[in-house]
Design a protein around this ligand. Structure first.
Ligand SMILES: [Zn+2]
Ligand SMILES: [Zn+2]
Length: 97
């Protein structure tokens, strides 16, 4: 579960204080938890996409993971390395029986 942005802010970024907040008070609304920069969820239509991780705090929609090559998000892989990787993948596909 993504962190609650509202509680996190009120805890001043202190993880112990944060744990205390979320365990001792009624849960915040999904809108509050998603943060002031939350996005609109494509599934439930609420402004509840968590501002950092992109997961919906209301319906449980999961933001798709970015495509990664060897653990590096594709948009950060230098294009030459990406091209080589694509060639290797294509060759691997051909070699399969
Ligand atoms: Zn909260
Ligand atoms: Zn949703």
């Amino acid at each position: 579960m993504a962190t609650c942005e509202k509680c996190w802010r009120e805890a001043g970024g202190n993880p112990y204080r944060y744990e205390e907040l979320i365990s001792t008070r009624p849960p915040c609304t999904p809108e509050e938890s998603a943060g002031p920069d939350a996005g609109r969820c494509p599934v439930c239509g609420r402004m509840t996409l968590h501002q950092h991780c992109g997961d919906c705090m209301a319906c449980g929609y999961k933001h798709p993971e970015p495509i990664k090559i060897k653990g590096i998000p594709l948009n950060l892989v230098p294009s030459a390395a990406r091209a080589a990787e694509a060639r290797a993948l294509a060759q691997g596909a051909k070699e399969k029986p």
